[in-house]
Design a protein around this ligand. Structure first.
Ligand code: ADE
Ligand code: ZN
Length: 333
C-alpha cells in the first residue's frame, strides 16, 4: 500500500500530460509544434532547468479558459488521489498566464472551485500557492499579488520559482512582506541549481518558512546546521533533480544524507507530467534505487504533513493515518 502523503511541491502547469495538451490544443485551435503525443513526450529530454522551463512555458499556450484550468486541476487531483495524496498544496504561475494575455480570472475561476470541492470529490484537501517568477521584475510580481488580493483569490501562500541561476531572490522582499501582511504563508525555490547561499537568501530576505528543493544546502555545513536547528521544511523532488541534471543519478541523490543530517525533508513530484512521475512513482523509485524501507517511507510521509501549511489539528489527524499505514505495512524482507 501507499503511505498517505501531502504533496507540497507541485506546479499545476507541470501536471499537463501530453494527451491533455493535445486535447486542449484542439479545443482551443492552438497549434503545438509537435506532430503527436509521442513526439511531444519524446521532447521531454532536458539538459538543465532552463531547457525544461522553455518547454513548460511553451506548452502553456493550450491553457486558455477557466474550463481548461478546471480540467487540468481535476486530472491532477484524480491522479494524486490514486497515488495516496491526502493533501495537496498546489502552486500556480499566474504571471506565466498573464504574460500570454490570459486574464487572472480565467485561472481563478478554473482552479478555485475544483480545489474547493476536492476533499469531497477526490478525498484530497488542498491549498493554493501563487508562485512568482524569479526571472521577471519584482515590481511585476508585486502588482500581480495586488491583483490576486483584490480578486479575492483563495490563496494560502506565495512562492518563488522559475530560473534560479542569475536571478537574485532579494528584490522580491517587498512582495513577500506584502503577502505576509495579508496573512499568507511563504515558500520559495532555492538551492535547486543555485548555491547554498541562495537557501539562506530566501530565509533571510523573504522570510520563507519552507524551501522548495534546497538540495545544494548540503554543500555548506553552516547552512545544514541552520536548517536542521530551525526545522525548516525542504520539499525535495528526486525525480526532477535527476531529469534536470541537478544530480547525476537517483543513487547519487543527497536525500539519504539530508535525512541523516537531521533535516526536515519530504519528497514530492514538482512537474510530474515532465519528470516521469507522481508521488507514488517517487516512492517506488526511492524504494528501488535507494533501498528506502518502511521506517524511512513513514518518516518522509509524516514530514510531508508536518511541513505543510495546515493547522496543527489537521496535521495530527493526517499523522495518525501515517501511523496506521506504518502499522499495517509489512516490514521489508
Ligand atoms: N517551475 C516549474 N518547475 C520548476 C522547477 N523545478 N524549478 C523552478 N521553477 C519551476
Ligand atoms: Zn518546483
Amino acid at each position: 500500500m501507499r503511505p498517505p502523503r501531502a504533496e507540497l511541491h507541485l506546479h499545476l502547469e507541470g501536471t499537463l500530460e501530453p494527451e491533455l495538451a493535445f486535447e486542449l490544443a484542439e479545443r482551443n485551435r492552438v497549434a503545438l509544434p509537435f506532430a503527436d503525443v509521442d513526439a511531444l513526450r519524446a521532447a521531454y529530454e532536458f539538459t538543465d532547468l532552463q531547457s525544461f522551463l522553455d518547454l513548460y512555458y511553451a506548452n502553456m499556450s493550450v491553457l486558455r479558459t477557466a474550463e481548461d484550468f478546471a480540467d487540468l486541476t481535476r486530472a491532477y487531483l484524480r491522479r494524486a488521489a490514486a497515488a495516496g495524496v491526502r493533501h495537496a498544496e498546489i502552486m500556480v504561475d499566474p504571471q506565466a498566464h498573464l504574460l500570454r494575455g490570459i486574464p487572472l480570472q480565467e485561472l481563478l475561476d478554473g482552479v478555485g472551485p475544483v480545489l474547493a470541492a476536492s476533499e469531497r470529490d477526490f478525498g484530497v484537501s488542498t491549498l493554493l500557492i501563487a508562485a512568482f517568477l524569479r526571472d521577471r521584475p519584482a515590481a511585476e510580481a508585486y502588482s500581480v499579488l495586488e491583483s490576486l488580493l483584490a480578486a479575492g483569490a483563495p490563496l494560502a501562500a506565495v512562492g518563488l520559482d522559475s530560473t534560479e541561476v542569475g536571478f537574485s531572490a532579494a528584490p522580491f522582499a517587498p512582495v513577500f512582506a506584502k503577502a505576509a501582511a495579508a496573512g499568507l504563508r511563504r515558500t520559495a525555490h532555492a538551492g535547486e541549481e543555485g548555491p547554498a547561499s541562495n537557501v539562506t537568501e530566501v530565509l533571510d530576505a523573504l522570510g520563507a518558512e519552507r524551501v522548495d528543493h534546497g538540495i545544494r544546502a548540503m554543500e555548506d555545513p553552516a547552512v545544514v546546521d541552520r536548517l536542521a536547528r530551525d526545522r525548516v521544511p525542504l520539499t525535495v523532488c528526486p525525480l526532477s533533480n535527476v531529469r534536470l541534471n541537478a544530480v547525476p543519478s537517483l543513487a547519487a541523490h543527497p536525500l539519504p544524507a539530508m535525512m541523516a543530517a537531521g533535516l526536515h525533508v519530504s519528497v514530492h513530484s514538482d512537474d510530474p507530467a515532465y519528470f516521469g512521475g507522481y508521488v507514488d512513482d517517487v516512492d517506488d523509485a526511492l524504494v528501488a534505487e535507494l533501498g528506502l524501507g518502511r521506517a524511512e517511507r513513514a518518516a518522509l510521509a509524516a514530514a510531508s504533513f508536518t511541513g505543510s501549511f495546515l493547522p496543527a489539528d489537521r496535521v495530527d489527524a493526517y499523522l495518525r493515518e501515517v501511523a496506521d499505514w506504518a502499522a499495517s505495512e509489512p516490514a521489508e524482507a
